[in-house]
Design a protein around this ligand. Structure first.
Ligand code: WTA
Length: 666
């Protein structure tokens, strides 16, 4: 029996129901849902496909209030350096705030924020509008100019949205680093981007403990020459070191700042943000998004994929703002649409395992958007926990970040959605800016485990590896075949790497996603996973090379090879094969030391779950580590071809090690 079934088996009637539903497989939109959906006519797909550029341009003008309306749609004169809505002018913060306040919606709650210790703050659009203007002026006063990069390293507190929008207001480019990354990872991302300023916090709370963030930041940031200012939000009130002439408190600069900061209309292609994500090499990629196209993509998808009715819905995207999901669906999409959101500071199991459902019940959340990993965790904790709460306000559920297994989908549908809520399994990436493959909840017949079909105006294809020709049924490489407004524009300061990574395989006009997928008879997409050396742990993207380089920083380690191994809880887990320097013996101490090194260099979430001690690693004659063989061995599969190895004996030794490990466990 699989773990999923075992956990749901806590309630055998649910178990039976799930089994029954797996056989049905297809879920048409409920009739009542379609009747009032923002989009219910499938003709929209045709309409968009006939003239995608015209269709997106039209959407953009309808959804956004441009200061200067664009006359241009797509400029594709120099692929893959595409430009969208080039002659338009718009300010992202004004789209998210000013226009709602001007229309009399200032008193609407933008965020129902809930703190870990039960604190409640309701932040209205007028509140954000006021704070963003002050912070924008404060940043200007600190010397931040249009085009400068500003780092943001904050926990899930409302100031994170204020900081992002204040940057957007003055044309500064924000570079948010997820709070789970270590200070060292922050330093690296500030150095790469030559950040002028960093907005961070005195301390961050996590499950009742407070981490001294500013102190950790200080240990790292001394060497970043470009960094002139650190703005510190006093969030927890813990003591923190401040450097005269460099560090200022957020509340003090806000207080001193001029309250009015008119939004400056930006060119549509003005950079809005950089977000570092993992790629095939140890150096993270600075994904660059610009203003007009990105806003068009997130506003349209947020409204139509989630059927958002801003006057009625309570929206809750349970991601962290430090990932792209948070950028697009906690900040820009929901605010541009004038939605009311829930923002939760903490973890899903603190102060108790029912906290999500307690919050959903309290605010009468209508839509929840979460990662499959979270759902699998809730399954493990048992259906009786959410069943204690009234979740009848929910009308739509979404997932993102990794493939969802059909049983988890069904559990989400039954236990959380009460069998009445459509589920949108949304596939996209940091690079795509907005959702690309997804059901439309009033139109699409869903199948558990499939992200279904491309959003209108998006062209996705599964192609064969050799020639890049479409594969009608079966597995291949996922491609996006035509440009879309919210696509990344480049890798920050690395144009060549941008072309090489995404546009070198089958031409400069075809975006190579980096995922394998298959299409079924109905043309639905089933995303399988990454084809590169990227591992997806609980929906967090990590590069194997990045983790390897952290592990070899441990003084006892000679060499390391990292692979992603399937994991029931986290989707994939990090498994590291490690060889030690001569004279060092494997021990629990070294093992813990390695995990600590990874936590310090990248973040706790990147720590290897499993460490296998190896005398040697399987290498080709040219010295390349054969990760494929390591994946086979870790997953207990028959070994593939070993004839290209320099020393085939290495694999026998490793097999013996794994057998030993298995024997120890039992
Ligand atoms: C994976 C997160 C299957 C995929 C928004 C992609 C998914 C990577 C799904 C991007 C999904 C995301 N089904 N796989 N619905 N959504 N992925 O940049 O491998 O953090 O390439 O963006 O997550 O991760 P990223």
């Amino acid at each position: 029996m699989s773990t999923d079934a075992g956990a749901a088996g806590a309630d055998s009637s649910i178990e039976r129901e799930l089994e029954r539903m797996l056989e049905i497989e297809k879920f048409p939109p409920p009739a009542g849902f379609s009747a009032s959906a923002n989009w219910s006519d499938p003709a929209i797909y045709e309409e968009a496909a006939t003239d995608p550029v015209g269709w997106w341009t039209e959407r953009s003008k309808k959804l956004l209030d441009w200061d200067v309306e664009p006359t241009a749609g797509l400029n594709d004169s120099d692929p893959p350096f595409y430009k969208w809505f080039e002659d338009g002018r718009i300010n992202a913060s004004a789209q998210c705030l000013d226009r709602h306040v001007a229309a009399g919606r200032g008193e609407r709650v933008a965020y129902h924020w809930r703190g870990e210790q039960g604190e409640r703050r309701d932040i209205t659009y007028a509140d954000l509008y006021r704070d963003v203007q002050r912070l924008a002026n404060a940043l200007k006063g600190l010397g931040v100019r249009k085009g400068d990069v500003v780092g943001i390293y904050l926990p899930m507190i409302p100031e994170v949205a204020v900081s992002m929008l204040a940057c957007a207001r003055i044309g500064a480019v924000h570079n948010v680093v997820f709070g789970g990354f270590s200070a060292e990872a922050v330093r690296e991302r500030m150095e790469f981007a030559e950040a002028k300023a960093l907005i961070t916090v005195d301390g961050a709370r996590r499950k009742g403990k407070t981490a001294p963030i500013k102190e950790q930041v200080d240990e790292q940031m001394g060497g970043v020459g470009s960094l002139a200012t650190i703005v510190v939000v006093r969030s927890t009130g813990i003591e923190c070191p401040m450097t005269e002439g460099r560090d200022v408190f957020y509340d003090e600069v806000m207080e001193a700042a001029d309250p009015e900061c008119p939004a400056e209309p930006m060119e549509a292609e003005h950079p809005l943000f950089i977000l570092y994500t993992s790629g095939s090499t140890a150096k993270p990629k600075g994904i660059l998004h610009t203003t007009g196209g990105y806003l068009t993509g997130v506003t349209a998808t947020h409204k139509y994929v989630f059927d958002l009715k801003p006057d009625e819905d309570i929206w809750w995207c349970a991601a962290d703002v430090g990932w792209v999901t948070g950028h697009s669906y906690i900040v820009y999409g929901p605010l541009a649409n004038g939605a009311t959101s829930v923002m939760w500071e903490g973890a899903p199991d603190y102060p108790h395992q029912g906290i999500w459902w307690e919050i959903a019940q309290d605010y009468k959340a209508t839509i929840i958007y979460a990662a499959p990993t979270a759902i699998r965790t809730f399954i493990k904790w048992g259906a009786e926990i959410p069943e204690k709460y009234d979740l009848s306000s929910l009308r739509l559920l979404g997932t993102v970040g990794e493939p969802i297994n059909p049983k988890a989908w069904l559990w989400y549908h039954q236990v959380i959605g009460g069998g009445r809520c459509p589920i949108v399994d949304t596939w996209w990436q940091t690079e795509t800016g907005a959702i690309m493959i997804t059901p439309l909840p009033g139109i699409t017949v869903t199948k558990p485990g499939s992200a279904t079909t491309a959003f209108p105006g998006v062209s996705a294809e599964v192609v064969d590896e050799r020639e890049g020709k479409p594969v009608e049924e079966g597995q291949g490489l996922l491609m996006l075949e035509q440009p879309w407004p919210s696509m990344l524009r480049t890798l920050y300061k690395e144009d060549d790497r941008f072309v090489e990574t995404y546009f070198s395989r089958f031409g400069r006009d075809r975006y190579l996603v980096g995922d394998a997928a298959r299409r079924d008879r109905d043309g639905y997409f089933w995303v399988i996973g990454r084809i590169d050396d990227v591992v997806n742990v609980s929906g967090h993207r990590l590069s194997t090379a990045e983790v390897e380089s952290a592990i070899v920083a441990h003084p006892d380690v000679a060499e390391a090879a990292v692979i992603g191994q399937s994991d029931e809880d986290t989707g994939q887990a990090i498994c590291a094969f490690v060889t030690l320097r001569g004279g060092n013996e494997p021990s629990e101490e070294v093992e813990e030391g390695i995990r600590d090194t990874v936590a310090t260099r990248i973040g706790k979430f990147a720590r290897p779950k499993r460490i296998v001690w190896a005398d040697d690693l399987p290498k080709t004659r040219s010295g390349k580590i054969m990760r494929r063989l390591l994946r086979d061995i870790a997953e207990g599969r028959a070994l593939g071809d070993v004839t290209t190895l320099r020393d085939p004996g290495v694999m026998q030794e490793l097999e013996a090690k794994i057998a030993e490990e298995a024997a120890d466990e039992s």
